[in-house]
Design a protein around this ligand. Structure first.
Ligand code: ARG
Length: 404
């Protein structure tokens, strides 16, 4: 009989390293580690060797950076998806793509089971498991962190030492950090106290806005159908464009977010985010939509943005509602083409100018000079009709001025 095979979502950190060995022992299984690269991080150095040394029978590492930005981050950008108004959803957007890679690998390798290293009180377990159920319901899912015998990091380290699992037991960061091109999430340690401002060492890629350079920097972003394509007139690949903005925005202290957020599992958590590129691109994209979209579409888009953000956060990427709302989003991005010029200055992104061949801003309709083409005499009839329901209501309700 063939040995059991388990595909494991693997980062190379302590949890997933211990998990590889633990699963192979407990299930007497061959372990295939699966890693999707969504941004360059230190964890990637020597990852393949480490996975084999840890006991993997096969190691799959795929660079998904362009795919991640094109098919995931820029979808969220077009949708205007910001959770609870501010969080650009970096971690949440990465999960569905990692799920897809995990499932594809499991099916290709003949594994009937997948495993992840998410904890039992976070959002990521939901995104992994609902994601797998939505695209490959035949697979079994294991979440060892919810069931295994280890109660602390130290116990995991003891296990790692016992089985000679290569883990870096350097001075561990007081924070839990998740990073990809669309942003960084920082939690735990002193951040768990919502009365305490984040210490400077919590931030990884942005400088303190107060200490940022005194010279402002001007950059123009060119969009085609809602997708950013150019910086200062020069074309970039999607992942490159985001990297450049993370770097440039980061040195101006742009993209720091301190959020008390509602988790799926019912608790509130305090999270610090750094997302210079996402913050800059959302601002520029929204600015272009203001110029191009008609009023009703613009208003309805805001409802859709909020809904899409909730769906992404809640792990409902591979669902009919998400697909349907994204079809709406794509339809209205047709004319979101043009250029937005921004100034970066001490943590702020200021819009200097916006232009589009599809702009419906008409200077002659807007102006208060003699060049005005707006027919103000038409306003009189418009207002008679527009106010009519309320005029009628007041006449029948007989409310006194004190009562209104
Ligand atoms: N709270 C954020 C989210 O749910 C970030 C989660 C970070 N995940 C992590 N494993 N550190 O999207």
């Amino acid at each position: 009989m063939n040995r059991k095979k388990i595909a494991v979502a693997y980062s190379g950190g302590l949890d997933t390293s211990v998990m590889v060995k633990w699963l192979s022992e407990k299930y007497d299984a061959d372990i295939i580690t699966v890693t999707g690269i969504l941004g360059k991080t230190k964890e990637l150095d020597g990852l393949e060797e480490k996975a084999y040394k840890t006991g993997a029978s096969k190691v799959v590492i795929v660079d998904l950076q362009e795919k991640f930005v094109n098919d995931y981050a820029f979808k969220a950008l077009k949708a205007g998806a910001l959770y609870e108004g501010v969080y650009p959803l970096a971690t949440a957007i990465g999960r569905p793509l990692l799920v897809k890679l995990l499932v594809e690998t499991a099916l290709a390798e003949g594994a009937d089971t997948v495993a992840h290293g998410c904890t039992g009180k976070g959002n990521d377990q939901v995104r992994f498991e609902v994601g797998v159920q939505s695209i490959a319901p035949e697979l079994n899912i294991l979440a060892p962190l919810r069931t295994w015998e280890f109660n602390s990091r130290d116990e995991e380290i003891d296990y790692a030492l016992k089985y000679q699992i290569p883990v870096k037991v350097t001075k561990s960061s007081p924070y839990s950090i998740d990073e990809n091109l669309w942003g960084i999430a920082i939690e735990c340690g002193v951040l768990e106290d919502p009365t305490v401002p984040p210490p400077d060492d919590a931030y990884q890629i942005t400088v303190d806005p107060k200490l940022a350079q005194d010279e402002p920097e001007v950059i123009s972003i060119g969009f085609e159908h809602g997708v950013p394509k150019k910086l200062n007139g020069q074309s970039y690949s999607s992942a490159e464009l985001v990297s450049v903005l993370n770097f440039t925005g980061g040195r101006h202290g742009i993209g720091r977010i301190d959020l008390i957020e509602n988790r799926i599992v019912g608790i509130k958590s305090r999270e610090i985010y750094e997302a210079p590129a996402a913050v800059i691109l959302h601002k520029a994209h929204y600015e272009l939509e203001k110029l191009v979209l008609d009023r009703e579409t613009f208003r309805f888009k805001q409802v859709v943005s909020d809904k899409v953000a909730n769906l992404i956060y809640d792990g409902l990427w591979y669902t009919p509602l998400f697909e349907g709302l994204m079809a709406f989003v794509d339809a209205i991005q047709k004319d979101v083409t043009g250029e937005v010029t921004l100034e970066f200055y001490k943590g702020n992104v200021n819009v200097l100018s916006r232009t589009s061949p599809f702009s419906s801003y008409d200077k002659y309709l807007a102006t208060y000079t003699p060049e005005d083409t707006f027919d103000r005499t038409a306003a009189e009839g418009f207002l008679k009709i527009y106010g009519l329901p309320y005029k009628t209501l007041n006449l029948v309700s007989n409310k006194t001025l004190e009562e209104v």
